[in-house]
Design a protein around this ligand. Structure first.
Ligand code: FEO
Ligand code: CA
Ligand code: CA
Ligand code: CA
Length: 741
């Protein structure tokens, strides 16, 4: 999500900016270091440069899929051989000529047999048996004909889909009621969150969901989940619901995803802090240390000012399921076992779900840290070596992280039947690191644990143990001097050379000459500029975002140091080539606010999705296909801001054959989540929150909806005047070829 919900219910929950640490603003040490060493040059192998070069390829193999209408002769392929899609504000899903986009699964769709068809008029209920709202990260889990895990199945699978948040305007007949919120509305909204596991099956070349599947599962904002890893049973997780601190309920604001090498789904809890109300004066009932922690996670209060909740669920009554969203100290216990003062500490993790067993235990893997999680991308598994999991914390000026497993990879685990036990093996023991991006193009992974004196002796916050470090990893990152980044969103691992790509979506708080809480440019986040939106709206900071690329030293997942460059800078093609459009994007390539980033396991194409509010005067959010080279294949750029100079290693500028716009979504949407069939011939992406600019006061007047998609494309009830819905879209190539060719 990029924009705040425009009710008085809300504030800028995804623009949280609670990092007031003094962590590096490297401007002061820049100049001394800049032009030393011809960094990133000769040591980087040219063999990798053309790993996915735009050479003509022949489609691999024949079709083993009788239901896919592939012509008898396979077409030859050229990666990015399609004609670029133009920027557009049209309220439709636009794909290149020769491709087809089909909606398969939208907000409110029945997920189980016997559930009524979705009316889409605000009267529907029972969302714990329907698709949730705001489809986000998504993974594909192949199924054999007999219902066993089958990683090469192209015609039957389970989709694991995040339901990040809600567009409440359209979930209720007249939009959301004022606070106190009616219990029935809150029940709907809690159920619209979470994750769905839904079977899809192909008939006559088209996938559709299977409502009668025994695999189907809905996990909501109320589903019971185990706490595992270093924070399990921690004092900071004691609640009235779980006096032992070992369980919690619900997963909310699930944004990016990951797929483990053993076939489970990882889902990241992102902007969860704002779901919890904290009363004015609650600061008086907590220790100074506890107040530091809550402020760092966006829940500070004063004697006079409360921290408002996003949706007001805590106002729906005294029942436990509503009261739990009020995190104020209310009980008399010393440990929190009689209230929900610690409830917030049960959110903010990577949650593991075994999609192949609808009754499997869900686990919050606290060893991977607690912050605004996006995706979780694995290093390429190598037998006998640990696995690295790369992650970002999407808030302004937050950090990049990696987790390195204690266990080394055993290929036998890829096909183990007790997948939850395999998760226990890899995800509960290991080391969490935070990234420091040095201005010379090198970087360091700094361990976050009590063995680091900078953490155990940190003056700002007194850590008690490694569980505390896991729960408050942001503060641990502050303590060790991690680099403040421009909102780290998804990351992905290049399937051939193993380099890691991190999207930095944008940062309205980045400045050349900061004031107040603003952050100065540094080499890894080098741009701060002014952009005009529409006629006269001024936007400042890193308006359009960029993509940072990391190579582990020695290619080792457990490396403590790395090199980096900036693969791409988002920009409008007409922007200054020397200060903004540094990658030289053309009109077929320009984009803003990269968010989703997924490498195709089939083609190796790097798919880049946008969640933007800056370029939306010109175009709806989009998805681009990229064929990246390798770290070090470009030049350095020096930005002379007068008194401040920043020099950044850049990737090679794209050509028309290495970056091309592939998809533009409907009005007021973002594009997010991506998975494919193993043969690369069917792609699934999510269109999130179309029409979310619609004012709550306009819900009664369809003419004022800012989108009617996908009803206006013939999907579901409502037609041309439908309420908009988030949806999963299937993309196929009309000649049966792979997507992106
Ligand atoms: Fe849910 Fe950071 O986007
Ligand atoms: Ca975003
Ligand atoms: Ca502009
Ligand atoms: Ca995102």
């Amino acid at each position: 999500m990029n924009k705040p919900f425009d009710l008085p219910l809300s504030a800028h929950f995804d623009e949280e900016d609670s990092n007031t640490s003094t962590n590096p603003n490297f401007g002061s040490v820049l100049k001394a270091r800049l032009s030393r060493r011809g960094m990133l040059r000769s040591t980087l192998g040219s063999a990798m440069t053309a790993a996915f070069g735009s050479v003509a390829l022949t489609a691999c193999g024949g079709s083993d899929d009788d239901s896919n209408p592939v012509p008898p002769t396979q077409p030859s392929e050229t990666l990015l051989g399609f004609t670029a899609v133009a920027k557009t504000l049209a309220d439709t899903a636009t794909v290149p000529t020769g491709y087809t986009a089909t909606v398969v699964y939208a907000t409110g769709d029945a997920m189980f047999a016997g559930v009524s068809a979705f009316k889409n008029d605000g009267t529907d209920t029972g969302y714990d048996r329907r698709s949730g709202d705001c489809h986000d990260g998504m993974e594909y889990f192949g199924l054999s004909a007999s219902g066993a895990p089958d990683p090469i199945s192209n015609d039957r699978a389970l989709l694991g889909i995040n339901f990040e948040y809600i567009t409440p305007q359209f979930l209720h007949v007249n939009g959301p009621s004022a606070r106190p919120r009616p219990a029935g509305e809150t029940d709907i909204e809690v159920d619209c969150h979470g994750v769905g596991i839904v079977e899809i099956s192909k008939t006559a070349g088209k996938f559709a969901t299977v409502q009668a599947s025994t695999f189907n599962r809905r996990i909501t904002g109320a589903t019971e989940i185990e706490i595992t890893g270093p924070a399990r049973a921690h004092a900071a997780l004691v609640t009235k619901f779980s006096p032992t601190g070992t369980r919690t309920r619900g997963t909310v604001n699930n944004c990016g995803t990951g797929k483990t090498p053993w076939g489970t789904l990882l889902t990241g809890e992102e902007n969860w802090a704002g779901y919890f109300y904290r009363a004015a004066g609650d600061n008086q009932k907590r220790t100074a240390n506890a107040n530091v922690a809550l402020a760092r996670y966006g829940r500070s209060v004063t004697d006079a000012a409360a921290a408002s909740s996003r949706y007001g669920w805590e106002t729906s009554g005294t029942q436990d399921k509503y009261a739990r969203w009020d995190m104020s100290v209310k009980g008399v216990s010393a440990d929190g076992s009689d209230d929900y003062r610690n409830e917030i500490n049960g959110q903010g993790y990577i949650v593991e779900i075994d999609p192949y067993l609808a009754t499997s235990v869900l686990k919050k893997r606290t060893a991977l840290g607690r912050y605004a999680h996006e995706s979780a991308a694995f290093s390429k598994p190598v037998a006998g070596k640990p696995l690295a999991i790369y992650m970002g914390d999407d808030a302004q000026n937050e950090y990049v992280y990696k987790f390195v497993t204690s266990a080394t990879w055993s290929q036998a685990d890829a096909t183990a039947t007790d997948r939850v036990a395999v998760g226990d093996k890899y995800l509960d023991q290991g080391k969490l690191y935070v990234a420091r991006f040095n201005d010379d193009g090198t970087g360091n992974w700094i361990e976050l644990s009590m063995s680091n004196p900078a953490i155990s002796g940190y003056a700002t916050y007194a850590f008690t143990d490694n569980g505390d470090v896991a729960i408050h990893s942001r503060i641990a990152g502050d303590a060790v001097g991690a680099t403040k980044m421009d909102r780290p969103e998804w990351c992905g691992v290049h399937p051939t050379n193993g380099e890691i790509y991190f999207t930095m979506t944008n940062n309205s708080n980045r400045r050349v000459a900061p004031t107040g809480t603003q952050t100065q440019v540094n080499a890894a986040n080098p741009r701060a500029y002014t952009d005009i939106k529409g006629v006269s709206t001024t936007q400042q900071g890193n308006v359009n975002g960029h993509i940072v690329r990391v190579r582990e030293n020695g290619g080792e997942p457990g490396a403590s140091s790395f090199t980096w460059d900036v693969y791409l800078f988002g920009a409008e093609s007409t922007a200054s080539p020397s200060f903004v459009n540094l990658s030289g994007l053309t009109a077929d390539q320009d984009f803003s606010s990269p968010d989703g980033l997924v490498f195709s396991p089939s083609t190796g194409i790097c798919w880049i999705q946008t969640d933007d509010g800056a370029f939306t005067d010109v175009t709806n959010c989009m998805m681009l296909a990229a064929v990246p080279g390798a770290l070090g294949d470009g030049e350095k750029v020096t930005l002379n801001y007068g008194t401040t100079t920043v020099t950044t290693p850049m990737g090679k500028k794209p050509t028309p054959n290495t970056l091309k716009r592939f998809f533009v979504g409907p009005a007021n949407n973002e594009i997010t989540g991506l998975c494919e069939t193993p043969d690369g011939k069917v792609m699934f992406i999510n269109v999130q929150h179309p029409g979310d600019d619609t004012a709550v006061t306009d819900v009664g007047d369809p003419a004022k909806f800012t989108s009617h998609w996908p009803g206006n494309s013939g999907y579901g009830a409502g037609g041309a005047t439908a309420r908009p819905r988030s949806a999963t879209v299937m993309i196929t190539k009309n000649d049966g070829g792979r997507i992106g060719t």
